[in-house]
Write a protein that binds this ligand. Structure first.
Ligand code: DUC
Ligand code: ZN
Ligand code: ZN
Length: 466
């Protein structure tokens, strides 16, 4: 017996049409009008939208002091069926081994959502660079390097970024960068703290727009010299987007993502009273409203390819985690939960306000992230042969984001009180119903690794092996 999702208004990144979807096992096996329902379970989606399960290419579990996969059902409840998680490389452990160990220790039997993994180079040395070519053998074809965090384990110098770009392209590994100028941030942070400006409202001043634009430009020049593609994660502002856009127009394979909070929240949140600003400390920081407005234009015009959540539910939440920085904003653990709310914010404040079309919503939240992660068309599309990751969306639901509905494990919601128009009425992961109207109804620990194919989206301008 299969499953038929009947008569829904199917939205893909390119199309919208009413049809039935036939699922057998874990896959979509047919799409058409008036499919024969005999012998199948039927879900009536008449009057509802139906779109691919969200692909959130940018989340953190078990890194940056964040909670782990025991909270990953939050993604499913929010309509996201696949996440892209960044795997920390402990010093002294090979890059490939860091993936094998992480899977064994943190994922197998714990993950409830499907996941694709990105490496992080944290032990910059020749062995780590050489190991890049082995990453596809463990299903990983993207690796992040941090230009920020002077004096901290995440930081890598330009030498290693350039080498990673040169070697990564030999095996089709996409190099991702966190682009902020570490030295400038270090100087400004020390100055501000020395002046007694220790509250969260000064956090943004320590990491200015230009420190991001400069690092973005430097990273892209390195990619150009290496003749390699580059993907800039969590782009926040107009200047950085312009750097990417100009390079792309000149023929460089430079791409960027932004994140939900850079579309939803501005820097005024950092000045909230009673240390509440700490909830909004993330790297890079929230920007002025003019940049927020520009980022909507950037996704609409295709200058920015995708929208991740940068979900990072800091251990201890606001009460204990964020309060580590009560006397010094630079000690506030960065990051906020957002995987559960990403699609709702993008729909409510993007589609419902007319800022983006429904197709664009699917493109930036599902399809392009899957392409960037090398997991398309298995994920990110409603198509015959794709995994049956499907959201039946009731666009008439009206509510508000509240911590009482949150499954993130944190004690606060980044978007507390924001309107929510529409709800994932039913969420299917590989053909199994896992969430219904804000409730998790699946089995814990059934998430699977999605194997990432090398030479993914960012290599589109390249030919394999060149
Ligand atoms: N970068 C991220 O992508 N997430 C958390 C903090 C950071 O620096
Ligand atoms: Zn980052
Ligand atoms: Zn992140």
């Amino acid at each position: 017996m299969g499953l038929i999702i009947k008569n829904g208004n199917i939205i893909t990144s390119e199309n919208e049409y009413i049809a039935d979807i036939l699922v057998e096992g874990e896959k979509i096996i047919a799409i058409g009008k008036e499919l024969d329902i005999a012998g199948h379970e039927v879900v009536d989606a008449t009057g509802k939208y139906v779109f691919p399960g969200g692909v959130d290419e940018h989340v953190h579990y078990n890194s940056f002091n964040s909670l782990g996969y025991e909270t990953s059902h939050a993604a499913l409840v929010g309509g996201t069926t696949t996440v892209g998680d960044f795997v920390v490389q402990p010093v002294g452990v090979g890059l490939k081994d860091s993936i094998i160990n992480y899977k064994r220790d943190c994922l197998d039997g714990v993950a409830t959502v499907d996941y694709v993994l990105h490496g992080i180079i944290m032990d910059p040395c020749e062995e780590s660079i050489e190991d890049l070519v082995n990453m596809p053998s463990v299903g990983v074809s993207s690796v992040k390097l941090f230009m920020a965090y002077k004096g901290m384990p995440y930081y890598v110098s330009d030498e290693w970024i350039f080498k990673a770009l040169c070697t990564g392209k030999e095996s089709g590994v996409t190099i991702m960068v966190h682009a902020e100028n570490a030295d400038i941030i270090d100087v400004l942070t020390k100055q501000l703290i020395a002046e007694g400006k220790t509250e969260p409202k000064y956090f943004g001043d320590s990491r200015p727009v230009l420190s991001e634009a400069e690092a973005t430009s430097r990273a892209i020049y390195m990619a150009k010299m290496a003749k390699a593609p580059i993907f800039v994660v969590h782009v926040t502002n107009q200047k950085a987007v312009e750097v990417i856009r100009e390079a792309y127009n000149e023929g460089v394979s430079a791409y960027g993502e932004t994140c939900t909070h850079y579309l939803m929240l501005n820097d005024e949140n950092l000045a909230r009273p009673n240390f509440e600003g700490a909830k909004y400390v993330c790297n890079p920081p929230l920007r002025p409203q003019s940049d927020v407005d520009f980022m909507w234009e950037a996704i609409n015009k295709g200058w920015i390819t995708s929208v991740g959540s940068d979900h990072c539910a800091v251990m201890g939440g606001f009460a204990e985690g964020k309060h580590k920085g009560i006397n010094d904003f630079s000690k506030i653990p960065p990051g906020s939960p957002g995987v559960q709310e990403r699609l709702y914010m993008m729909w409510t404040y993007g589609v419902e306000t007319g800022r983006i079309s429904r197709q664009k919503f699917v493109e930036v939240c599902c399809t392009t992230p899957a392409k960037i992660c090398g997991i398309y068309p298995q994920k990110g599309d409603i198509a015959v042969g794709s995994d049956a990751d499907i959201v039946v969306f009731d666009q008439n639901y009206r509510g508000a984001i509240s911590i009482k509905d949150s499954l993130s494990g944190s004690d606060y919601c980044t978007y507390e009180g924001y309107e929510q128009k529409g709800i994932a009425e039913k969420v299917f992961l590989r053909g199994k119903l896992v969430a219904e109207n804000g409730k998790f109804v699946g089995e814990f620990g059934e998430g699977k690794q999605v194997i990432s194919k090398p030479y993914a989206y960012c290599y589109n301008k390249f030919k394999e092996g060149e």
